[in-house]
Design a protein around this ligand. Structure first.
Ligand SMILES: Cc1ncc(COP(=O)(O)O)c(C=O)c1O
Length: 425
């Protein structure tokens, strides 16, 4: 197996004469030595460039879907680059607010927002609440009766579009927990209810068909459905959600954010849509901006079977392989361009046989215990979906740029682990 494909690495990645990987002007092995492993390394300029690309591709509004990766630095960065922020829980809302993002730049999502979360969002004055179901409408009306507050809302439609992606990543099919079904008039009833109630200000409609979608035709189809639906309302905004796929491994290709925007705009023109078209990318902003650096702890050859390479993280910092069977590449930070001639399975340190990082990996035969192994394209849904399983401490995050590393999330400590424990904490 040849060296990892260049475009799977962050924009600023550079391999020096000895084969060592540098990102943002910082050598990855040196970062691993300074901050320890596992370590998330984000190329800050790459993040900023993707945010700017999204704003240019969707000039009526582009919101960064914070579920993909959120910390104070990321919230601020997306805001500085002109993006709004999509938050889907009270926790995401709080992180964005505490980072200093104005509430009117936040869009509040979720399929089961509590009355407490809704009251908090309305109280601070979020830009839009994306209403998802009839119970949520009841809750907002109840809050309106109690305090007079009016919610500016987008109505989330379920357009019944089968995006070509993993079953768990499809959200716009008929059998889904998300949104009001267009079919059968459920969504039309919801819009009528919203427009007829003093508790709401109707702003438009929204759909998110799923994640890791490569076919821009799926988004074009979404615009057709949204446009046809919105034609009968006075929606001033159509949001097509997020979901643009990214390439994770050598044989995958994904459209750029710019191409995605063009396809959506073309579809809107063809469908005669006059409303503003907005979008909420998450993965396509952050995924390939980051790599994870691990240390190799165990090389275990099993004769006639395979070699297991165990690293010092696992499903607690990247649950995607376990959840979706997702594939990744791996390579040595000190020998980035080296031929990868040893077939191995890279696993974590958790007490699960399924704790796999790369099921069928190729790494250089020279790999040894203590080496820094890198998996690229780990910027989305790794850190944010991470856990403390087996009471591991969660890894730190560094942003690198122009030769400087900025620690934006420190490594968790054993004290953090027991801080909420009322017996020993
Ligand atoms: C409503 C909504 N918007 C945006 C996104 C972001 O999707 P992605 O990270 O695939 O771009 C999601 C992801 O689940 C979502 O549910």
């Amino acid at each position: 197996m040849s060296a990892v494909r260049r475009d799977l690495l962050p924009d600023s990645a550079w391999v020096d004469g000895s084969g060592s990987l540098w990102i943002g002007g910082c050598e990855v092995t040196a970062l691993a030595a300074e901050y320890g492993t596992p370590l998330f390394v984000y190329d800050e300029e790459h993040l900023r460039a993707r945010c700017r690309e999204a704003v240019a591709a969707f000039p009526d509004g582009a919101a960064y879907a914070t579920k993909a990766f959120l910390c104070g630095a990321m919230a601020l960065l997306a805001h500085e680059e002109g993006m709004q922020l999509d938050v889907a829980t009270g926790g995401e809302l709080q992180v964005a607010l505490r980072a200093g993002v104005p509430a009117d730049q936040l869009i509040f999502h979720g399929n089961n927002k509590s009355a407490y979360e809704l009251a908090m969002a309305l109280d601070v004055g979020v830009r839009h609440i994306v209403v998802d179901n009839a119970d949520e409408l009841d809750r907002i009306e109840h809050l309106h009766h109690a305090s007079g507050v009016v919610a500016k809302v987008l109505v989330r439609l379920n357009p019944a579009i089968e995006a070509h992606t993993h079953e768990y990543l499809q959200t716009g099919v008929a059998d889904s927990k998300f949104g009001f079904a267009v079919e059968g008039g459920v969504a039309a009833d919801a819009v009528r209810r919203v427009k007829g109630s003093a508790a709401f200000e109707f702003a438009g409609v929204h759909a998110h068909i799923g994640s890791q979608v490569y076919a821009t035709s799926s988004f074009a189809k979404t615009i057709e459905v949204l446009g046809a639906f919105a034609g009968d309302t006075d929606a001033s905004e159509l949001s097509i959600g997020g979901g643009l796929g990214v390439a994770y491994v050598g044989d995958e290709q994904a459209p750029t954010i710019t191409q995605w925007g063009e396809a959506v705009r073309d579809a809107a023109v063809a469908a005669g849509v006059n409303a503003k078209i907005t979008a909420e990318p998450g993965r396509s902003i952050v995924a390939s901006a980051a790599v994870t650096a691990y240390s190799v702890g165990v090389m275990k050859p099993i004769a006639g079977v395979r070699t297991y390479v165990a690293v010092d993280g696992g499903m607690s910092d990247n649950p995607r392989p376990v959840l979706y069977g997702s594939g990744y590449e791996a390579f040595l930070a000190r020998a980035t361009a080296a031929e990868r001639d040893l077939a191995v399975r890279i696993v974590g340190k958790h007490c699960e046989s399924g704790d796999v990082i790369v099921a069928e990996a190729y790494i250089p035969r020279e790999t040894a215990v203590g080496d820094v192994l890198v998996t690229p394209v780990t910027g989305a849904y790794g850190h944010s979906m991470g856990s403390n399983y087996n009471m591991v401490v969660r890894p730190p995050v560094v942003f690198v740029r122009d030769g400087f590393a900025r620690l934006v999330v420190r490594r968790e400590t054993y004290d953090d682990l027991v801080a909420r424990d009322l017996v020993i904490g």
